[in-house]
Design a protein around this ligand. Structure first.
Ligand code: DAH
Length: 344
């Protein structure tokens, strides 16, 4: 028995010594110390031994088992240390390396301009309204003093669904809709940004679909000087404090008097250059005092109320502000163009 146990110990220690990794070591552990291993077997067979032999063999078996176990644990630790130092040597982590950039989108420049316009006009006491893009002939034209055979309709040839239903050619119908909703009681002080549609041939400055921002202010004693003051403030906030405006007489069926509003050229400061065609001024929007007929048709008494309205093209404002030379850039969504507006 004693020899068998000593031989077992020797054999096990050799195998432990030879084990090259954790798995080989685990095999040795199972085969010598496991329930079906030789030591367990020896201990089980103790019943057959004499009373004198039993404690001697028992003690020896326990010693052999403890020694194998201790050597296994020690070797396991050694192997683990070797594994770690090898891993450390192989895998160098450079914490100074720059990370992979996470691609980030940006607001579309037109959206950014609309939001900027909203901020400016909300700051001036206006609220933001919306209206439908599919509009009736009544709101798009008739309620704005453009009866069925009015020649000014020709300037806004549109997409019709039926005789009475079309894609709106302007945001002005929102004027009539909002006035109706107020049922003849002022003040009404709104802007309305939105898409409009016209049958047009697309080129660098024209698109069959574009955006406008409409403005309407109706109250007691609203005067032309109020219009001028609001537009002057808007232009200075949007383009810069050094910019001036100029009003020129014009015609719109829904305003009387009507004006075309120019802003002083930002390139030459008003002296005259190629961008402003030597005039020193650039046209930015149409405006005027709301026509009494328009007030009346939408339920406001023109003897009690007066007001002004204006309408401007969002693309045009964006093109002037950011020196964009082709309106089509806004719609083709080339990321080389769009990514330039990250911080707008
Ligand atoms: N609706 C006009 C257009 O599309 C722009 C306009 C001009 C709007 C004068 C107005 C205004 O409210 O008063 O050409």
């Amino acid at each position: 028995m004693k020899e068998t146990l000593e031989a077992l110990l020797k054999e096990a220690l050799e195998k432990i010594q030879a084990a090259e990794d954790g798995r080989a070591l685990q095999e040795v552990r199972v085969s010598y110390l496991g329930k079906k291993g030789p030591i367990t077997e020896v201990l089980r067979g103790m019943g057959k031994l004499s009373a004198e032999e039993r404690p001697v063999v028992g003690q020896l078996a326990n010693e052999v088992r403890d020694e194998i176990k201790a050597k296994l644990d020690k070797k396991e630790q050694e192997l683990e240390e070797i594994r770690i130092s090898k891993q450390l040597a192989e895998q160098k982590l450079d914490v100074t390396m720059p990370g992979r950039p996470v691609p980030q989108g940006s607001r579309h420049p037109l959206q950014a301009v609309v939001e900027e316009l909203e901020d400016i006009f909300i700051g001036l006491g206006f609220s933001v309204e919306e209206g439908p893009e599919v509009e009736t002939d009544y709101y798009n034209f008739e309620a704005l003093n453009l009866p069925k055979d009015h020649p000014a309709r020709d300037m806004q040839d549109s997409f019709y669904f039926t005789e009475e239903l079309l894609l709106r050619t302007q945001t002005s119908p929102v004027q009539a809709r909002t006035m109706e909703a107020h049922q003849g009681v002022g003040p009404v002080k709104i802007i309305c940004p939105g898409r409009v549609f016209r049958r047009d041939n697309d080129d660098a400055t024209h698109s069959h679909q574009f955006m406008q921002v409409e403005g309407l202010y109706i109250d007691h004693n609203v005067r032309m000087s109020d219009l001028r003051g609001i537009l002057d403030t808007f232009v200075k906030r949007f383009f810069g404090e050094d910019r001036e405006i100029r009003l020129r007489p014009s015609f719109f069926p829904f305003t009387e008097p009507s004006v075309e509003v120019d802003v002083s050229c930002g390139i030459c400061g008003g002296k005259g250059c190629r961008v402003c065609k030597q005039s020193g001024w650039i046209e930015v929007l149409g405006a005027g005092m709301v026509h009494p007929k328009v007030l009346e048709m939408s339920g406001f008494d023109p003897n009690e109320y007066s007001g002004f309205a204006f309408g401007m093209g969002v693309e045009r404002l964006a093109m002037l502000k950011y020196a964009i030379d082709d309106i089509r850039h806004f719609y083709t969504n080339d990321t080389r163009f769009l990514s330039q507006f990250k911080r707008v």
